[in-house]
Design a protein around this ligand. Structure first.
Ligand SMILES: Nc1ncnc2c1ncn2[C@@H]1O[C@H](COP(=O)(O)OP(=O)(O)O)[C@@H](O)[C@H]1O
Ligand SMILES: [Mg+2]
Length: 310
């Protein structure tokens, strides 16, 4: 099987609102496909179609080698969808929720118990295992959610904005958990609004907007396509802006963007660390005092600005 997930021309409308306009995606087994897009782009619709919860109006999708329209049961047997058991019981403990679900999936009580213990351990929930879900933090809930969709050991996992709303430490922990699963051969389709998340986790990224894929590639390819890192320099004196722009022009091919009111100049970073040194050196040589010097990575906003401008 070349691809664990493959779609061709997926289309979907809700009444007269077109949500997907021909989405083509492909993920090789054991990799992470990041589907990156703003609110309303069509991410959840795509995931719901791939997870057999929603029928497409047009196009085809294969998941774990099975057609979602013709063999939905076989697809369901091979996939996990985070968020699918939103019906987890608040009054039950984390462990009880997992055991209940395992029993519903016909694991048998003994195997369900063992699987629950394994998953609680894997997601650092052993200590909280016997507390009611209603006492869990946001990060713990997401980890339990991930654990629930792993009970049946799926080959393909769909994670719809898994870290939205989480604090930075919980995000990093969840990223590590996801990486661990991929290392074991699970194929992950992850949707996100955050370039940094796609960058951290994805082997391939598809950027979607308005129901279509507007760019795709590896994180590196995509970032190169949407522009390099930027250097932003804040000057001690706003009046120095023209002089600073002249100074950095000697070491940079691009034209700096200036903001005279804020006393700031910004330019694309060339040559990585050497470029940083060259810019800071040019300003120092011109005797221009600087209060802040920052390197800013392209954000999803930059990606969209670039992609929709051209
Ligand atoms: N059940 C629905 N009924 C009508 N419109 C919907 C429904 N679900 C989603 N949409 C619309 O379809 C578009 C895509 O939504 P969605 O797939 O949820 O995007 P995302 O997950 O990227 O935010 C949006 O414009 C959204 O408003
Ligand atoms: Mg969504």
């Amino acid at each position: 099987m070349e691809f664990a997930i493959e779609t061709a021309g997926l289309g979907k409308s809700y009444r007269n609102h077109v949500a997907l306009r021909g989405v083509d995606l492909a993920a090789r087994p054991g990799t992470v496909l990041g589907v990156l897009g703003p609110n309303g782009a069509g991410k959840t619709t795509t995931v719901r179609i791939l997870a057999t919860l929603l029928a497409p109006d047009s196009g085809r999708a294969l998941v774990a080698g099975h057609d979602v329209a013709r063999e939905p049961k076989l697809v369901r047997r091979r996939i996990g969808l985070a968020g699918q058991y939103a019906a987890v019981d608040e009054m039950l403990t984390g462990r009880e929720n997992l055991i209940l679900l395992g029993t519903l999936l016909h694991l048998g009580r003994r195997r369900a118990k063992r699987r629950a213990a394994e998953l609680l351990d894997r997601f650092a929930l052993t200590e909280a295992a016997d507390r009611r879900l209603s006492t869990y933090s946001g990060g713990m809930r997401r980890r339990l959610d991930l654990a629930t969709c792993l009970i049946a050991e799926p080959a393909v996992l769909f994670l719809d904005e898994p870290t939205t709303g989480l604090d930075p430490a919980s995000r990093i922990q969840l990223w590590a958990n996801i990486r661990g699963l991929v290392a074991e051969g699970v194929t992950v389709l992850l949707t996100t609004q955050y370039l940094d998340e796609a960058d951290e986790l994805a082997d391939q990224i598809a950027v979607i907007d308005g129901g279509r894929v507007i760019a795709e590639g590896t994180p590196e390819q995509l970032k190169r396509k949407v522009g390099s890192d930027r250097i932003e320099v804040t000057l001690a004196a706003a009046a120095d802006v023209p002089a600073a722009a002249r100074a950095v022009a000697t070491v940079s091919a691009g034209v700096p963007v200036t903001d005279e009111r804020a006393g700031r100049i910004a330019l694309h970073l060339e040559d990585g660390i050497d470029g940083i040194a060259a810019v800071s050196g040019a300003l120092a040589a011109a005797g221009i005092p600087v209060t802040d010097f920052a390197v800013r990575r392209p954000t999803l906003d930059d990606v969209f600005l670039e992609l929709t401008e051209h």
